[in-house]
Design a binder for this molecule. Structure first.
Ligand code: ADP
Ligand code: MG
Length: 666
C-alpha cells in the first residue's frame, strides 16, 4: 500500500498555499495547476463551473455578485456575508471549493494518497476550527488536524535553523516573536523554540486589520484627489470601486519595491493619474502600523517578557513585504527581522511538517524531524455567575487566555437561594467581564439536588481543557457527594445531513445551479435548520459572533456521568442534563429557550474569600443581643412617651435640676 503523503495547507484569507514533506523528510512547496505557489482564495461561481484562484480574481470587477472572497473572515458564522447570485452559502462550503481545487492540484502533483493538516489563526475559536475541518472533509480531504498558523510558521523556522533535526547538535533556546500581517488579519505570537520543542507562550491579534486596510487608505487618497479635480467620486460606482481596489493593491506592491507609484482612475469619461510616494503612503497608514506595534508590545507584556528577552523576530504574511513593517519592528525590538523563511511559504511548510509528525506518531515511526508542540488557549474560558454584592451577572474566568494546555482549574461558587434544587452552568468564551460580551459555548444544569440546602451552599466547578481543544466541565456539590462530569462537544455548524447535502455540489465539477439547489434544500427542507425564513437569513447575516449570547452556537452533551456516590441527603442520583432543548445543531441561530425563570436558579460567584473569623462566635452573639436590648428599650421609651407622658415629665423634671441645690426654705 502506498504511503500517504504528508500535506500542509495554508488556507489564507487572501491567499492559500500547499506544501508536503518530501522523500528526504524536508518541507517543500507544491505549485498549483497554474504553476504558482500561491492561490488567491477567491471563488467564481459561473453557470458551468466553479473557478478558484487567479482566474476567479479577474472577474471580481465584472461579476462581483458571482464571486466570493475574504470568506475566512466569516468562518463560524452561518452564512458568507454576501449573497452569491441571490443565495446565501455557508462559509465552509465556499472554503471547501477552494480546498477542492487545492486537492485536485495536489493529486495531480503527488498522486491520490495523502493526509493533510490545515492551518488556522491562533485566535480561531473551536467553532471556526470545526468549520475549517468540515470544509476539508467536504472537499474530500483526509484532515489529520487543524494547527495554528504561528505554530506552523515556527516549525518551518525551526526546520530552517536546524531545531527539528535529530542530529544531536544542541542549539540555544530562542524566544521568537512571530508577526503575521496578511490581507485581512494580524496575528502576533510569542514562541519558545528549543531543540525539538515549539512552545507557544502567548498569542494576540486583530481580526479586522490587514493589507486590505492599507489598500483602503490608497483608494481613499486617490478617490479624494479625483474628486478634487473632477468633482466626481469614483467610489459611488461599485465596479469602478472594485477596479480602484485592485489598482491600489498593485500600487501598494510597487511601493514595497520603489519610491513612487501611480494609480489611474477612469470614471464617467474623466481620467486622472494620481501619483503616490512611499513616504506619503507610510504617512497615511501610520496609525494602522501603530496598531500592530501596540499589539506586539502588549503581547510581550502579557508573556512577562521584555524586548531584551527576545532573540528573533519572524515576519510572516504578504503585507510584511512593506518596508515600514520591518523598520518598525526593528525599531521597537532592536532585532533585525529574520528572513530565513519565505513569508508566503512558512505556514504551509510548517503545516506539512506537522502532518509528518502526526503521521509518524500514528505509525509509531520515528521521523527525521522529531519535535513536540505546546499551545496556549487563545480565548478565556469562564462561567456566568452573579456577583453577590452587586447582584450583576459576571464572567468568572476559570482558564484565562494564554494558559499553556492542557490546563485544569477549579473555582468555588455558591447556590443563589435557599432550597435551590438545580444549578445552571453557562460556559463562556471571551475576555469581556460581562457575559453579554462573551460567547456562550455550552450550558448544562445539575438537577435533583437534595431539598433543604441553604443559600450559599458551595458548588465547585472545574474546567479541564485538553490539547485537543476539548473542554471537560465538572461540577461538585460538597457535602452531598454529588459530582458530575460532562464534556463540551461543540456541535456547531453544519449537521451531518447538511455536510452530505453540501458535499454534493462541492465534489461535482458543475456550475452554480447545484449550489443553488442545495441552498434551497437547506432553506426549505428542514424547518429547524439554520433559519428558514428570508428574514431569518437577514438576521443571520447580521449575526455578531463575538456578542452572540442569544445566538449560542454550541450545546453541551453529557458524555460521561460519574456514578453518584451514596449521598446522605439525596434521594435520586445526580444527573447532568443537556440544557439546550434543540437536538438539531442547525438551530444555532435561534435563541436558546433559556428563560430567566427556567430552572430558576443560577450560580452565584462568591466574590470574597471566606472571612477570617477573628471575632469569636460567642462575642458576636453577645454583641447581637446587646443591640437587640438597646432597640427594645428605645421602642419602650417611644410607647411610654405616647401613652403616659406624665411619667416621663416627672422624670425629666427631676432630672433637669438635679444639681441645683434647693435653697433651704426660710
Ligand atoms: P492571508 O494570510 O490573508 O491569506 P497573505 O499572507 O497572502 O494573506 O498576504 C496577502 C496580503 O499581502 C495582501 O494584502 C497583499 O496585498 C499583501 N502583499 C503581498 N505582496 C505584497 C508586497 N510586495 N507589498 C505589500 N503588500 C503585499
Ligand atoms: Mg496567512
Amino acid at each position: 500500500m502506498p504511503q500517504d503523503k504528508m500535506i500542509g495547507i495554508d488556507l489564507g484569507t487572501t491567499n492559500s498555499a500547499m506544501a508536503w514533506v518530501d522523500e528526504a523528510g524536508r518541507s517543500a512547496m507544491i505549485p498549483n495547476a497554474e504553476g504558482e505557489f500561491i492561490t488567491p482564495s477567491v471563488v467564481f461561481f459561473s453557470e458551468s463551473e466553479v473557478v478558484v484562484g487567479k482566474n476567479a480574481r479577474t472577474v471580481v470587477t465584472s461579476h462581483p455578485e458571482m464571486v466570493a472572497q475574504w470568506v475566512k473572515r466569516d468562518m463560524g458564522a452561518p452564512f458568507y456575508s454576501h449573497p452569491i447570485r441571490g443565495n446565501y452559502l455557508p462559509p465552509e462550503v465556499i472554503q471547501a471549493c477552494i480546498l477542492r481545487k487545492l486537492k485536485a492540484d495536489l493529486v495531480r502533483a503527488l498522486g491520490p494518497d495523502m493526509q493533510a493538516v490545515i492551518t488556522v489563526p491562533a485566535y480561531f475559536d473551536e467553532m471556526r476550527r470545526k468549520a475549517t475541518a468540515d470544509a476539508g472533509e467536504m472537499a474530500g480531504l483526509r484532515v489529520l488536524d487543524i494547527v495554528n498558523e504561528p505554530t506552523a510558521a515556527a516549525l518551518a523556522f525551526g526546520e530552517a535553523l536546524g531545531y527539528l533535526s535529530a542530529d544531536g547538535k544542541p542549539r540555544q533556546e530562542l524566544n521568537v516573536l512571530i508577526y503575521d500581517l496578511g490581507g485581512g488579519t494580524f496575528d502576533a505570537t510569542l514562541l519558545r523554540l528549543a531543540m525539538g520543542k515549539v512552545q507557544t507562550l502567548a498569542t494576540d491579534g486583530d481580526v479586522q486589520l490587514g493589507g486590505h486596510d492599507w489598500d483602503q487608505r490608497l483608494v481613499n487618497y486617490a478617490a479624494e484627489c479625483f474628486l478634487k479635480t473632477h468633482s466626481l467620486d469614483p467610489r459611488q460606482d461599485p465596479a469602478t470601486l472594485n477596479r480602484l481596489y485592485l489598482d491600489a493593491m498593485e500600487a501598494k506592491h510597487t511601493l514595497s519595491a520603489r519610491n513612487r507609484a501611480v494609480i489611474q482612475i477612469n470614471y464617467q469619461e474623466r481620467f486622472a493619474e494620481i501619483a503616490v510616494t512611499r513616504e506619503q503612503f507610510e504617512e497615511m497608514s501610520a496609525d494602522l502600523l501603530e496598531r500592530t506595534s501596540y499589539t506586539s508590545r502588549q503581547l510581550l507584556g502579557v508573556a512577562g517578557l521584555e524586548w531584551k528577552d527576545l532573540q528573533r523576530v519572524l515576519l510572516i504574511g504578504g503585507s510584511t513585504r512593506m518596508p515600514m513593517v520591518a523598520r518598525m519592528m526593528q525599531g521597537i525590538s532592536g532585532i533585525q527581522p529574520d528572513h530565513s523563511v519565505n513569508p508566503d511559504e512558512a505556514v504551509a511548510r510548517g503545516a506539512a511538517l506537522y502532518a509528518g509528525h502526526l503521521l509518524a506518531a500514528q505509525a509509531g515511526r520515528a521521523l527525521r524531524s522529531t519535535f513536540q508542540v505546546t499551545n496556549v488557549n487563545a480565548h478565556s474560558l469562564g462561567v456566568e455567575g452573579i456577583d453577590t454584592e452587586t447582584l450583576r451577572k459576571k464572567n468568572v474566568v476559570l482558564i484565562p487566555r494564554n494558559t499553556s494546555l492542557p490546563a485544569r482549574h477549579t473555582e468555588r461558587f455558591a447556590t443563589k437561594s435557599d432550597g435551590q434544587r438545580s444549578i445552571a452552568i453557562k460556559v463562556l468564551e471571551g475576555e469581556g467581564s460581562q457575559p453579554g460580551n462573551c460567547i456562550v459555548i455550552g450550558r448544562t444544569v445539575v438537577r435533583d439536588l437534595p431539598s433543604g440546602l441553604p443559600k450559599g451552599w458551595p458548588v465547585e466547578v472545574t474546567f479541564e481543557y485538553g490539547t485537543n481543544g476539548r473542554l471537560a466541565v465538572e461540577a461538585l456539590v460538597p457535602g452531598t457527594h454529588h459530582q458530575a462530569r460532562m464534556e463540551l462537544v461543540r456541535e456547531t455548524g453544519l449537521s451531518n445531513e447538511g455536510m452530505t447535502r453540501w458535499k454534493q455540489p462541492v465534489s461535482e465539477a458543475g456550475g452554480f445551479s447545484a449550489f443553488e439547489s442545495a441552498a434551497q434544500d437547506v432553506l426549505h427542507g428542514a424547518p429547524s435548520s439554520r433559519e428558514a425564513s428570508p428574514s431569518g437569513i437577514g438576521s443571520a447575516i447580521g449575526w455578531a459572533p463575538a456578542k452572540a449570547d442569544a445566538a449560542s452556537t454550541t450545546t453541551a452533551t453529557p458524555q460521561t456521568l460519574l456514578a453518584a456516590a451514596p449521598a446522605p441527603l439525596v434521594a435520586s442520583p445526580e444527573s447532568v442534563q443537556r440544557w439546550a432543548s434543540s437536538p438539531q445543531p442547525l438551530t444555532a441561530l435561534s435563541p436558546l429557550p433559556v428563560g430567566e425563570g427556567q430552572g430558576g436558579v443560577r450560580l452565584i460567584k462568591q466574590t470574597k474569600p471566606k472571612r477570617d473569623r477573628r471575632v469569636p462566635k460567642w462575642l458576636e452573639r453577645t454583641i447581637g443581643h446587646g443591640i437587640m436590648l438597646v432597640l427594645l428599650a428605645f421602642v419602650g421609651y417611644l410607647m411610654i412617651s405616647n401613652l403616659r407622658p406624665d411619667l416621663l415629665k416627672t422624670n425629666s423634671g427631676r432630672d433637669s435640676k438635679p444639681s441645683v441645690p434647693s435653697k433651704p426654705s426660710e
